[in-house]
Design a protein around this ligand. Structure first.
Ligand SMILES: C[S@@+](CC[C@H](N)C(=O)[O-])C[C@H]1O[C@@H](n2cnc3c(N)ncnc32)[C@H](O)[C@@H]1O
Length: 353
């Protein structure tokens, strides 16, 4: 059985959601279906996040805003770049150790995926898992989620799929169709690949994982892909590729702000820059203002000096021990770690203690 409902939570945009195959549960419908549809508290809307981020000394935008339909496509293009070792290495690891990982997870696992994107590595997992009880892909990029789920339904006709369009950094409820069965399932697993955890500062990553621990509860597991610290030149190339795809991905955030939030950034007057910060073991992506300029942002004027930047993304890089430390702070114990021979990337299996 495949659930043909996409539940929507957390203020996700819902343009073009008129397909016969998918219904949207939101607002009153959500309540009727037993979903708690979180309405952002005052001062906490996406618009507020944008204005707040662009008002500080270091201007910032939340990286989740990359992922409109175009942004998700561009991310998939990045995954295919030769310089972007991240996806290639994690996929190869999943393929090499799929049997072991599936054996660790055991039969009848109920899988929730955070930031599922195109569910590429998930397919490797799903193809090896012993009779998974269901799959809940969660992603903020609603249109991309719909496309991905359509394909998954064709590829895994026997699998129950309960997609959720939601911002996982805000409170969300699992789709009503899965809520009870997830907490009752003895084999509860969250999958979080792609090193998306690296986009969060360490205290935020710890909080996010603590939230995951409270969802899977004692004995529940987290299977998470974590990028490892490495040669800054390799990192630099991965986040500033020769074809300029990452640059387009980065600038697309301003295109989106102009289209969806009534801003008027002169996108061509911002340049992509990736910087490795050794002190914090992270790559930072910035948009650099090429000229002195102003932009109207949600009705407010924001001024840019020449060379001033907007920080759009962190990608924190870990060692096995620095990651295990924050996992433990979040309430998990390490069960297994898989790593490639070059030690570029790691996959951790954690369990709530
Ligand atoms: C780095 S990509 C990883 C995609 C995929 N998991 C992979 O491993 O290739 C991050 C994914 O998380 C989603 N995402 C980012 N921030 C999110 C948020 N706050 N809530 C829900 N999804 C989010 C994006 O739309 C995107 O699909």
């Amino acid at each position: 059985m495949v659930d043909s409902t996409i539940a929507n939570a957390g203020g996700i945009s819902r343009s073009d959601w008129t397909s016969d195959e998918f219904k949207i549960i939101s607002g009153a419908n959500a309540a009727a279906n037993g979903l708690s549809a979180p309405s952002p508290s005052p001062g906490d809307s996406t618009m507020d996040e944008i204005v707040r981020g662009l008002s500080g000394r270091q201007k910032k935008l939340p990286s989740k805003l990359f992922y409109d339909e175009r942004g998700s496509q561009l991310f998939d293009d990045i995954c295919n770049l030769s310089e972007y070792y991240v996806t290639r290495t994690e996929t190869a690891l999943m393929e090499s150790y799929a049997d072991e990982i599936a054996a660790e997870l055991g039969a009848g696992a109920m899988l929730i995926e955070y930031g599922s994107g195109s569910s590429t590595k998930t397919r490797v997992l799903l193809s090896h898992l012993d009779r998974p009880a269901g799959y809940v892909p969660i992603d903020i990029s609603a249109e991309h989620l719909i496309k991905t789920v359509r394909a998954l339904k064709r590829e895994y006709p026997g699998l129950e799929i309960h997609p959720l369009a939601a911002d996982f950094t805000r409170p969300f409820a699992l789709p009503a169709s899965v809520n009870g069965s997830f907490s009752e399932n003895p084999n509860r697993v969250i999958y979080f690949p792609g090193s998306t955890i690296g986009n969060f500062e360490k205290h935020e990553a710890t909080d996010l994982m603590r939230g995951m621990a409270s969802i899977v509860k004692k004995g529940g597991r987290l299977l998470i892909g974590v990028d490892l610290d490495k040669d800054p030149e390799v990192l630099q190339r991965a986040y500033d590729d020769s074809l300029g795809v990452t640059a387009e991905f980065n600038r697309n955030i301003l295109v989106r702000l102009n289209r969806e939030f009534g801003c008027n950034f002169d996108v061509d007057q911002f340049e992509h820059r990736a910087i490795y910060d050794a002190q914090h073991s992270r790559v930072e992506m910035h948009l650099v203002s090429l000229v002195p300029q102003t932009a109207t942002v949600c009705g407010k004027t924001v001024t840019f000096e020449i060379g001033e930047t907007i920080l759009t993304e962190y990608s924190h890089k870990y060692t096995i021990s620095t990651f295990t430390e924050i996992a433990e702070q979040a309430g998990f114990q390490s069960r297994r770690v898989w790593m490639d021979p070059e030690e570029l990337f790691s996959i951790h299996l954690l369990e709530v203690a």
